[in-house]
Design a protein around this ligand. Structure first.
Ligand SMILES: *Cc1c(COP(=O)(O)O)cnc(C)c1O
Length: 221
């Protein structure tokens, strides 16, 4: 077995043990198109990039897989890059400000599935809506008919303790439930994009439906 399939099996095993319905998003910003192809051959269908030029390049190199894989944009999206990328992706994980929503509304040629990013930890370096403003802002987003809010996304601080991580992911889950209970057509909000290489088991135990994993997948390859 290759190192890549070994890493993948380990991650899949812990997903199966903790929350078997969760989906693996392979974050491929550190690898090239051939590694993405190898992962697709191992059954991975969702791939995430945080730079629009890299995403478009890899997508072009893998156009033969177009029908079988999904592209997720996970990084901070500059307003001026919206027009080049927004109609090329299946999901945006980082809808983090109203000005970005406005630009998407202007540039999208169909409804875009978006995760609203929430800055649960309150770190200044992190993007996203503040938890206490989120519910109001979700209502403001109803004016943009090109935006479908499929879920919420957060990034936890790298150095957080396990207790703090549990608390952060729990808070995101509570916000997600508050929104989904409102039965808004434009914001079903059933998904939770949370958990990276160092914290995904905790995120899964708190209800993540999609984990974004790079480092743990590509270690040693
Ligand atoms: C890079 C990145 C990840 C994956 O991080 P790893 O620690 O490599 O698993 C997840 N989410 C976002 C937004 C990222 O930029």
């Amino acid at each position: 077995m290759t190192q890549l399939s070994e890493n993948l099996n380990k991650i899949k095993k812990s997903i199966d043990q903790i929350n078997p319905k969760a989906k693996l998003l392979a974050v491929t910003k550190s690898v090239d198109a051939s590694t993405i192809k190898a992962l697709a051959e191992l059954g991975v269908i969702a791939f995430g990039e945080n730079r629009s030029d890299a995403l478009l390049e890899k997508q072009a190199a893998l156009s033969s897989l177009e029908k079988t894989i999904e592209w997720h944009f996970i990084g901070r999206l500059q307003t001026r890059q919206v027009r080049t990328i927004i109609n090329q992706i299946d999901y945006l994980h980082s809808l983090d400000r109203l000005s970005l929503a406005k630009e998407i509304q202007k540039r999208a040629d169909h409804e875009i599935k978006c995760f609203v990013q929430v800055n649960v930890s309150g770190e200044e370096s992190k993007a996203g809506f503040k938890p206490e403003e989120l519910i109001d802002q979700i209502h403001v987003l109803s004016q943009f008919d090109k935006i479908k809010i499929v879920g919420l996304m957060t990034m936890a601080p790298y150095e957080a303790t396990d207790d703090a991580l549990h608390q952060i992911f729990k808070t995101l889950k509570e916000l997600q439930m508050t929104i989904s209970q409102q039965n808004l057509a434009y914001a079903p909000c059933h998904e939770l994009s949370m958990g990276m290489s160092h914290d995904y088991p905790i995120a899964l135990s708190e209800g993540a439906t999609i984990v974004r994993i790079g480092t743990a997948l590509f270690e040693g390859i």
